[in-house]
Design a protein around this ligand. Structure first.
Ligand code: IMP
Ligand code: MG
Length: 340
């Protein structure tokens, strides 16, 4: 812990999304007994949580739902679709502990229709066409419907920004779950092949309504290789067949599209650490590089090969590796941070 000062922990994607933030957030929520967790972003981003034989694919509800002690929130800057939200509330059984900020935005059918009719978005950008960007456009035009305007949400809406700050002020840790990845950022990513929001740590704080002074940790999540869905630069990209041989083939959670693949990119990772002021990193799918650690949970059994790779990451990025993912399950992980 941090000398008794409890405050916000922000979890951010370090590459192009799909690094495994869902798993990392769920792990941290349990490990740190998080009392309030807030999801940012929108329904274009799917977070997968596999826990004790069950799998959830979440586009709105925070992955921290897995820890029953956590209150859950959806940030003011996020965009939700009512049918998606209600389905996830059912699937996760989180009805009684979920709060949607009054100011969260509502995506409607017309937003997705507008995107689907845009050749630029569909073809050039490779958008997930979930209506997120068009809803953002309406928000900027100040015509978007908000959660507070939706009678269906009356049992869920609250002043989440106020609640987050109250929790922090009374000494609780609040987990902020970012979405997508640093290089899909509208500002810092590979424009124009980016999403419709900033996806760095500061942006998620702004989405929630908490200032930078109240942040204790920024955890940037990398996967042991890089994937990208849709077009745009991907340094070191390897052919699909080669990726298949390595076992690095994945499909998009929301769109089902195959993901493009490249090896771990140290330069890109360094840039992500800089853009997010990372205090630590988590690396998922370490078993894709070192199959012998698949499912390993015991830190003392980490082979030398993995320890050396982790040291290389730490000496290049100049931040500590706090967590390694060794399998799909939330508990398939090795915590390398300080024990508290
Ligand atoms: P949009 O945000 O749906 O318009 O998509 C813009 C670009 O970001 C496309 O290349 C998408 O594939 C990518 N993208 C958006 N959300 C995610 C995500 O959660 N994971 C990975 N890629 C994403
Ligand atoms: Mg994803």
């Amino acid at each position: 812990m941090l000398g008794g000062i409890l405050s916000a922990i922000v979890v951010v994607g370090g590459f192009f999304g799909d690094e495994g933030k869902g798993k990392v957030v769920a792990y941290l929520a349990i490990k740190r007994r998080i009392q309030l967790a807030v999801r940012c972003g929108a329904i274009n981003a799917g977070h997968t949580v596999v826990y004790r034989g069950r799998t959830w694919k979440l586009r709105s509800v925070p992955s921290a739902f897995i820890y029953p002690g956590a209150q859950l929130g959806i940030a003011a800057g996020s965009l939700i679709r009512l049918d998606v939200l209600f389905k996830e509330i059912e699937e996760t059984g989180c009805r009684d502990r979920l709060c949607v900020d009054y100011n969260a935005g509502i995506i409607e059918e017309e937003h997705a229709l507008r995107e689907k009719s845009s050749n630029h978005l569909a073809t050039t950008i490779g958008s997930t066409l979930q209506g997120v960007g068009e809803a953002m456009v309406d928000r900027v035009r100040r015509v978007l419907k908000l959660a507070r305007d939706s009678p269906e949400l009356k049992d869920y809406t609250c002043d989440l920004a106020g609640k987050v700050n109250e929790y922090i002020d009374r000494g609780s840790e609040v987990l902020i779950e970012g979405t997508q990845g640093t290089f899909l950022s509208l500002y810092h990513g590979t424009y124009p092949y980016v999403t419709s929001r900033d996806t760095t740590a500061s942006a998620f704080l702004s989405e929630v309504g908490v200032g930078p002074k109240k942040v204790s940790e920024v955890i940037v999540v990398f996967k042991s290789y890089v994937t990208r869905v849709g077009p745009g630069p991907l340094r070191g990209e390897i052919p699909f067949e080669e990726a298949a041989k390595l076992g690095w083939i994945e499909y998009g959670t929301v769109t089902g599209r195959p993901r493009r693949v490249a090896p771990f990119d140290f330069e890109l990772a360094k840039r992500a650490v800089t853009l997010n002021s990372a205090t630590g990193v988590a690396i998922t799918k370490i078993d894709a590089l070192f199959p012998e650690v698949r499912g390993l949970r015991d830190r003392s059994k980490l082979p030398r090969s993995v320890r050396e790779w982790v040291e290389k990451v730490e000496s290049t990025l100049k931040v500590p590796v706090k967590l390694l993912g060794t399998g799909e399950d939330v508990e398939d992980a090795i915590y390398l941070g300080d024990e508290d």
